[in-house]
Design a binder for this molecule. Structure first.
Ligand code: EPZ
Length: 430
């Protein structure tokens, strides 16, 4: 297993290039097989999740080639099976996007049922509701979801809960259905808009993506395209929070500032300085910074994927803050790890009450999931002394060149895989 080893206390300063959005790329890669033509996609983050999904796409018979580490070329003409192996779904839930794309194109699909995960039970009842509304028969047995339809016919679908995954999966099935589909109470995330723009560049007819009501006129087939994935707002926010927690001055480049509004407005509330450019955002930390309170909400609200990172910033703020997690039921597993670094936090239901402390101290901690793992690295960068973060495979799922980018901002951090390497790092920095 690998670890990050961090010597904390250095204010992060400088510029960091932000990569493509993982959660947009996963859906776009799945949608790329909806045509027999060749599709070229650039700005794809080279992370474990996207690489596992590319493996699944290859496995069902599509050809996948790389022009470079962030540009893939996919051709779905040779797809010969409509069943995605369990071990892909077990590795990444987003493999279930192949349900929507295969059902849309082939009118049949079979994918292993995704389990729960580190942050909650994560049901997919809304995905299934949408597929059924379009005329598909959906069967769940033996741990598999099978969907098939003689024809897919457009319908009016209301999502009881705002769901990114359900919105995208239903959208993909609807673009090749006959007639008109309306998805109401749809998710409005930038990556939903990106998938809709991608499909429209393939000849789909989707309007209203980014609003709560998406209207789709079914078309008979889709054609190839050349598309670039939007920047990752969560990667950008993570680096901005690392700058704030360490009392630094960080500029994230290649971003869409509007996508970061909920995140940067919270930083303004803490007293930090935020400067927006056309495709960059700079945040200058105010030390000490003030407490504030945040509730995670569907976009354009504060993103749940930034919740653990925000909690670390608030752990070092003046006064008492609260973080309310309204999207997932167990996204506070990192709190016990942070407490071992001196944070004063207690969780009551879906609210974390955080009493700011003067400093955190380094400790050996475990990443419980992707975003909490990144948050623990931020805590280590801000802490006094040395922090070792275990189970960093979670972090590598969604952050490309994570520790290299932090090093460029002045962080003393290395990736190790043995105790000997850890000891060598500690000797070097002490
Ligand atoms: C996507 O997950 C992201 N993953 C998550 O990012 C992100 O946290 C989440 O959206 C919310 O923004 C990808 O895009 C691959 P949801 P998703 O469906 O689509 C409930 C990360 O760190 N729900 O919007 O699974 C669900 O339980 C990951 O990159 C149902 O009840 O999230 C949750 O409470 C973590 N029934 C709420 O909706 C359903 O059928 C929102 O979930 C579907 C969802």
């Amino acid at each position: 297993m690998e670890q990050y080893v961090i010597k904390g206390g250095t204010p992060l300063k400088g510029e960091v290039e932000i990569g493509g959005a993982k959660n947009a790329a996963l859906a776009i890669l799945a949608a790329a097989i909806m045509t027999e033509d060749t599709v070229r996609i650039s700005n794809v983050p080279d992370v474990r999740d996207t690489n596992v999904l590319l493996g699944a796409i290859q496995d069902i018979g599509a050809t996948v080639t790389r022009e470079d580490k962030n540009t893939v070329v996919i051709n779905g003409a040779g797809i010969h099976t409509y069943s995605v192996d369990y071990d892909y779904v077990n590795k990444i839930r987003a493999s279930y996007y192949l349900l929507g794309s295969m059902l849309g194109r082939f009118k049949k699909a079979e994918v292993a049922l995704p389990g729960g995960c580190d942050i909650g039970s994560r049901p997919i009842d809304l995905h299934i509701k949408g597929f059924k509304a379009l005329g598909a028969e959906v069967d769940i047995s033996y741990g598999l979801i099978s969907a098939k339809a003689d024809r897919l016919v457009g319908n009016h679908i209301y999502l009881d809960k705002v769901s990114v995954g359900a919105t995208i999966n239903i959208l993909m099935a609807a673009v090749l259905a006959e007639g008109k589909t309306v998805i109401d109470n749809a998710a409005r995330e930038p990556h939903v808009v990106d998938v809709a723009n991608f499909l429209n560049s393939m000849g789909a007819d989707i309007r209203g993506a980014g609003t709560e009501s998406i209207r789709i006129n079914g078309v008979s087939k889709l054609h190839g395209t050349d598309y670039s994935v939007i920047p990752d707002q969560i990667e950008a926010g993570t680096f901005l929070f690392a700058g704030v927690a360490t009392g630094g001055d960080v500029t994230v480049k290649n971003v869409i500032p509007k996508h970061l509004e909920a995140t940067t407005s919270k930083l303004l509330e803490t007293g930090c300085k935020v400067i927006e450019f056309d495709d960059a955002v700079r945040v200058i930390a105010a030390k000490p910074y003030n407490q504030t309170s945040v509730t995670t909400l569907p976009y354009p609200g504060f993103p749940t994927d930034m919740q653990p990172q925000m909690a670390v910033v608030l752990a070092l703020a003046n006064g008492v803050s609260t973080v309310t997690e309204s999207i997932f039921e167990s996204r506070f597993k990192y709190v016990d790890e942070l407490a071992r670094m001196g944070a004063s936090m207690q969780v009551e239901g879906n609210v974390a009450i955080i009493k700011g402390v003067d400093k955190l101290t380094g400790a050996r901690v475990q990443a419980p999931d992707l975003r909490a793992g990144a948050a623990l690295v931020i805590a280590g960068l801000a802490a006094e002394g040395v922090t070792i973060v275990d189970d960093i495979h979670y972090i590598q799922r969604g952050y490309e060149l994570f520790h290299e980018k932090l090093q460029k901002l002045g962080a003393t951090i290395e990736k190790t895989s043995t105790d000997k390497e850890i000891q060598k790092f500690i000797l070097k920095v002490s």
